[in-house]
Design a protein around this ligand. Structure first.
Ligand code: CTP
Length: 401
């Protein structure tokens, strides 16, 4: 991909050197377009050597090649990082008094900006209005983060880290093939209380389910994410995405209720959460003690099977997807169990993965197979949970026709 990285005059420019490095490492062709001010923070030789391309700030260089518009026209993606309050104001007004300005006006590619400034400047009504203008024009606003700022201040205004900018900006290049589709995703693991301090739970971190929600939103869907005990850090991208509504649920019963609500409107239901099959028959009001016989054996009652219920009452055109984490002896048994589970639950698709003490749970990586009509394996994917999420969505889109 041809990526233009605009750099404006803020101290965070030093972090953009690393962003350019990451983009080059990922195999992209990068042209850096700094403003004059940006060069006070990081010099031209650094940008040229790191991007392996010539760098200029002026519209009067390379005139024969009409560089002032050619860069923007050829770009597949434009990232401005850091984006100062001044540059944001210029973008909102459509000013083009330097090469970055003309490039931004000449491009039809997706544009992402990573604002960086002091909290007061970020919160100023002028900046807020400019940001809203850019957002309405489809510019992706990445951050800023809340944290330490130069001069010892703290608050929102810190530029996102290069890795975060990379992921979010490259996300803009993904197909938007879920526009107009409403999606309900459950993720995480339920906890069934035993007393005020104990619960029966499981090891699901919610990473795969959250990645499914974020992938769907980035592909244009409206998403409700029903989250059961997912750490804030895992949820970061989902919280930040304007098309994702997060509903928190603790127990299987709460998750069931939230999913039934969300499913009323949803075109696709993805039950990625690890839902407890059973809950303690009684929940003690006060902490059970070692002497209490009730801790030696715990009577359980069965929870409703949420996904089977949703599948049984599905509307025409609604796609229901269940998940299964299995510990089989071999591949044949994995598929056999998955096929039976798909039939038993009455779902359209079942996504199965193998798990164990060392595999599948808190990891960033996953390997899955998607079982469809007649028990056929219609897709398989492995790698980062985000890539696996995209492959699962490809399979869902193919299934919906
Ligand atoms: N599930 C559900 N409600 C439950 C339990 C599970 O909706 N009470 C959903 C999960 O979200 C998942 C799928 O069912 O999408 C498979 O979960 P799993 O626990 O593997 O299914 P079980 O029917 O409990 O099968 P097993 O006998 O292997 O435990």
């Amino acid at each position: 991909m041809n990526i233009v990285v605009g750099v404006t005059g803020g101290i965070a420019a030093y972090k953009t050197v690393h962003l350019v490095r990451l983009l080059i490492k990922a195999g992209h062709e990068v042209t850096v377009v700094p403003t004059e001010d940006a060069l006070r923070f990081v010099g031209l030789p650094t940008w040229e050597s790191i991007s392996r391309n010539p760098v200029t700030t002026s519209v009067h260089d390379d005139v024969a090649k009409v560089r002032h518009v050619a860069l923007g026209q050829a770009a597949d993606l434009v990232i401005v990082a850091p984006a100062t309050a001044n540059t944001i104001a210029k973008m909102a007004a459509g000013l083009a008094d330097d090469l970055l300005g003309t490039t931004l006006l000449a491009t039809t590619a997706p544009v992402a900006i990573a604002p960086a400034m002091h909290t007061e400047m970020w919160r100023h009504p002028a900046t807020s209005a400019n940001i809203e203008t850019l957002r309405a024009r489809g510019v992706a606003i990445l951050g800023p983060a809340d944290g330490e700022l130069t001069g010892g201040d703290a608050g929102p205004g810190r530029m996102l880290e290069p890795e975060q900018i990379l992921t979010a900006a490259l996300g803009l290049l993904r197909p938007r093939d879920l526009v107009g589709v409403r999606v309900a995703v459950s993720a995480g693991g339920t906890r069934e209380p035993l007393d005020p301090v104990r619960f029966l739970g499981n090891r699901s971190s919610g990473r795969q389910g959250t990645a499914l929600a974020v992938a769907a939103a980035e592909r244009g869907a409206d998403v409700t994410l029903v989250a059961a005990h997912i750490e804030a850090e895992v949820l970061t991208d989902a919280v930040r995405h304007p098309s994702i509504r997060i509903v928190h649920a603790g127990t299987a019963a709460e998750l069931g209720e939230a999913m039934r609500d969300a499913a009323e409107e949803a075109d696709v239901v993805m039950m990625a959460a690890a839902v407890a099959d059973y809950r303690p028959a009684e929940v003690a009001d006060s902490k059970l003690t070692k002497e209490s016989e009730r801790l030696q054996s715990i009577p359980l009652v069965e929870n409703d099977d949420v996904v089977a219920g949703l599948a049984a009452s599905r509307r025409p055109g609604q796609t229901i997807v269940a998940f299964a984490a299995e510990t089989p002896r071999d591949e044949a048994e994995l598929l056999e169990r998955a096929r039976r589970k798909r039939e038993r639950k009455g779902v359209d698709l079942l996504v199965v993965n193998e798990v164990g003490w060392q595999r599948g749970f808190e990891a960033g990586e996953n390997a899955v197979q998607v079982i469809g009509t007649g028990g056929a394996v219609i897709a398989s994917a492995s790698g980062a949970k985000r890539e696996v999420a995209d492959a699962i969505w490809d399979a869902v889109i193919a299934e919906r026709g």
